[in-house]
Design a binder for this molecule. Structure first.
Ligand code: GRF
Length: 209
C-alpha cells in the first residue's frame, strides 16, 4: 500500500481527541510552520467539554463532537463519525488520545491513513492502560508507539517507536508524563515526515522514504 497525498499543498489532518489534548497541541504548534507540510483542518471528539476541544477552538480550528450515547447504536455512531471526519477531506486522520475503537465504516474509509499513538511499546501492553500495565509488570523500559489502526486493539502496523526508561520511584502518573513527552515529539516528527514524504506498507513494514 502506498500513501496518496496531494503534492500541491499541506497535508490535511483531522485529529480525534477525548481528553487533555497535549498531543493535539504539539501538532497545532508544529503546523504553525509552513515548512512542516501539514495543517490541522478539524478536531473531533466523542465527548464535549474537554480541554482538547478548547485547544482547537483557541487555535481557530473547527471542531465536531459525536457522543456514542447520542447515537442509535454503535454502528450508527461509527457511520456518523466517519462522515463528520470525511467532511473535512483529510489526508491523514490522527487519533491523539481518542478513547474509542474505530468501527468497520471508519476503517473502510480511512484504513491505511488512520494513525494512533499508544503509551507503551506495542505489542506489549495494548489497551486502555498501557503505562499502568507496563509499570505493574515491572518492565525496565517502555515507551510510545505510533501505528496504523486496523480492526484489532492496538495491533496495526507499527510506524515508529520511542523508548522510555522506567525509574525505580515511578508511579503511573510520573511514568505516563515522561512517556507523553516522548510521544508528542515522536508524533510531531513522524506525522510531519508522513505528510511531506508519504509512506509505504509492505508485510506490516511501514517505510517513510
Ligand atoms: C496519550 O498518552 C495517548 O497515547 C493515550 O492517552 C494520552 C492522551 O494524552 N491514549 P493527551 O490527551 O494528548 O494529552
Amino acid at each position: 500500500m502506498t500513501s496518496d497525498l496531494d503534492p500541491r499543498g499541506p497535508a490535511r489532518l483531522v485529529v480525534l481527541v477525548s481528553g487533555a489534548g497535549t498531543n493535539l497541541q504539539a501538532l497545532l504548534d508544529a503546523c504553525q510552520d509552513p515548512a512542516y507540510g501539514a495543517q490541522v483542518v478539524a478536531v473531533g471528539a466523542d465527548r464535549p467539554g474537554i480541554e482538547g476541544l478548547a485547544r482547537a477552538e483557541r487555535a481557530g480550528v473547527p471542531t465536531f463532537v459525536r457522543r456514542v450515547a447520542d447515537a442509535e447504536d454503535r454502528s450508527t455512531w461509527d457511520a456518523e463519525i466517519t462522515d463528520l471526519v470525511d467532511a473535512h477531506e483529510p489526508d491523514l486522520v490522527v487519533s491523539a488520545g481518542f478513547m474509542k475503537l474505530a468501527g468497520p465504516a471508519f476503517l473502510a474509509r480511512f484504513g491505511g491513513r488512520y494513525v494512533n499513538t499508544h503509551p507503551a511499546l506495542l505489542p506489549s501492553f495494548p489497551g486502555m492502560h498501557g503505562a499502568a500495565d507496563a509499570l505493574a509488570h515491572g518492565v525496565k523500559v517502555t515507551g510510545a508507539t505510533l501505528f496504523l489502526v486496523d480492526d484489532g486493539v492496538d495491533t496495526g502496523a507499527i510506524i515508529a517507536q520511542r523508548a522510555v526508561e522506567v525509574a525505580d520511584d515511578d508511579d503511573v502518573e510520573s511514568l505516563h508524563e515522561r512517556i507523553k513527552k516522548v510521544e508528542r515529539a515522536m508524533l510531531v516528527d513522524v506525522v510531519g515526515r508522513m505528510a511531506r514524504d508519504g509512506w509505504t506498507v509492505r508485510d506490516r513494514r511501514v517505510t517513510i522514504p
